[in-house]
Design a binder for this molecule. Sequence first.
Ligand SMILES: [Zn+2]
Ligand SMILES: [Zn+2]
Length: 264
Amino acid sequence: MTLSITPLFSGSSGNAILISSDDTKILIDAGVSGKRTEQALASVGVQAGEIKGILISHEHSDHIQGAGVLSRKHNIPLYATRMTWQAANGKLGNILAHNMREIGKSDFFVDDLLVEPFDTPHDAADSVGFCVSRGAKKIGVATDLGYFPKSVEHRLHACDLVLLEANHDKKMLAHGPYPHHLKQRIKSRHGHLSNDDAAHAAIKLTAAGVSSILLGHLSEQNNEARLAFRTVTDALMSEGIVPGKDISLGLALRDAVTGVFYVK
Ligand SMILES: [Zn+2]
Ligand SMILES: [Zn+2]
């Protein structure tokens, strides 16, 4: 029995994360075009028609851009909360009634995958993160977080692997090209997690027993992969946690398939 995560795209320009067990494949978000998502899936040997469901974290276009097309073309159910459905209305196009699955905040199954949605602090109608498990193996995806609340931390404690947001470097954001209001939005408690915030979160998750962390949802303008990785590595090292030994630390690419990560 295996469980794996394959980040197809992860960043402020589009997110789509494949989660696979032996029998079931689902996507968390579909925020790039249907065509590019199909191509990314094909590059790891998956046909879009095999996807059993797309979990929608929130209605921002970097999470739903390709969801409507994929649902129509391949008859894939979309799972979103009531308020997210309302907020996404008009952005997804027509979705067949049987593919409009309304979720709450309780656990549900997509075939053999157990899905646990949890609230995230973000400026969307009703944003959520997801833990997905098969048997004793569990993966968490937590991006689009203005900060890292205890409630989210506790949800991720039981995960083997967490895809964690490391959106921006605070200095790059401050000195970067974004207009003032956008900078304020990103660093607010309903915006995005900085590299420093991700580093603190990574320390807590490692202490809780999480064995792998993938940094993701990096900003194109306000971050660099090496900087995000270095910031989190340094913070872990300062706590005596050695990446590569005490924890496996990786980074999800913004606009290419990162690879397949199996939960052992
Ligand atoms: Zn996003
Ligand atoms: Zn968002």
